[in-house]
Design a protein around this ligand. Structure first.
Ligand SMILES: C[S@@+](CC[C@H](N)C(=O)[O-])C[C@H]1O[C@@H](n2cnc3c(N)ncnc32)[C@H](O)[C@@H]1O
Length: 201
């Protein structure tokens, strides 16, 4: 069954090969500027690859949002298993992220989803509306390499080549919503993360 509003090319990957790419979610988050005390959102959290680590590192309630309730069930189980901190799981459409939260947050993580969003500019504005001024958005993307070159355990994986976004495209997309890029980090072997600050108006 297709969920209304589901972003194409963003199905949750199988855990077997996905874990190979993300052996240390906490290290990834630290590289993306996650620090104690941040009020954070794991947007399009999927099965919770980063959710427990985000809660542990921030020490605050993490709002974990996904449109697929089955993913949220698995994310809940992963947080229990990984001894994650306090998490609030929300079934909803990322396009309405600002309306799914009790108030403005400091940090939004959007991992492995932006490439599939049909109206990326509208999502950027919704995320901006969810953040406090000076808040940060971290985007994790596959590098824009041909899919046949991004192999894991001997098989090509990841979204279709034509949907993959180079960093400069992400920067240009987010700028009109008020985001200024602060830095890029390599997340080998196939990903990069970019961190943006929301302008103070
Ligand atoms: C490729 S998975 C990535 C999950 C996680 N962020 C990670 O990196 O492991 C993308 C997730 O986006 C979710 N998704 C797709 N469309 C969505 C929407 N409109 N609103 C919220 N979540 C959505 C999917 O259910 C899926 O769990």
């Amino acid at each position: 069954m297709t969920l209304a509003g589901f972003f194409p090319e963003t199905e949750m990957p199988d855990a077997g090969w996905w874990r190979v790419l993300w052996p240390d979610p906490a290290a990834t988050l630290r590289a993306l500027g996650v620090t104690p005390g941040l009020a954070a959102v794991d947007l399009c959290c999927g099965d919770g690859t980063f959710t427990a680590a985000l809660a542990r590192l921030t020490g605050r309630t993490v709002h974990a949002i996904d449109i697929d309730p089955a993913c949220l069930d698995r994310a809940r189980a992963a947080v229990r298993r990984d001894g994650g901190g306090d998490c609030r799981f929300v079934a909803g459409d990322a396009m309405a992220v600002d309306r799914l939260l009790p108030g403005p947050v400091d940090y939004v993580l959007l991992a492995n989803a932006l490439h599939g969003v049909p109206d990326q500019s509208r999502l950027a504005r919704a995320i901006a509306a969810a953040l406090r001024p000076g808040g940060r958005l971290a985007v994790i993307n596959w590098h824009a390499r041909p899919r046949e070159q991004t192999t894991v355990l001997g098989e090509p994986h990841g979204p279709a080549t034509k949907t993959r976004m180079p960093p400069e495209v992400v920067v240009a997309l987010l700028a009109p919503a008020g985001f200024r890029m602060e830095g890029i980090v390599e997340l080998p072997p196939y990903h990069y993360g970019s961190v943006f600050m929301l302008g103070c108006g």
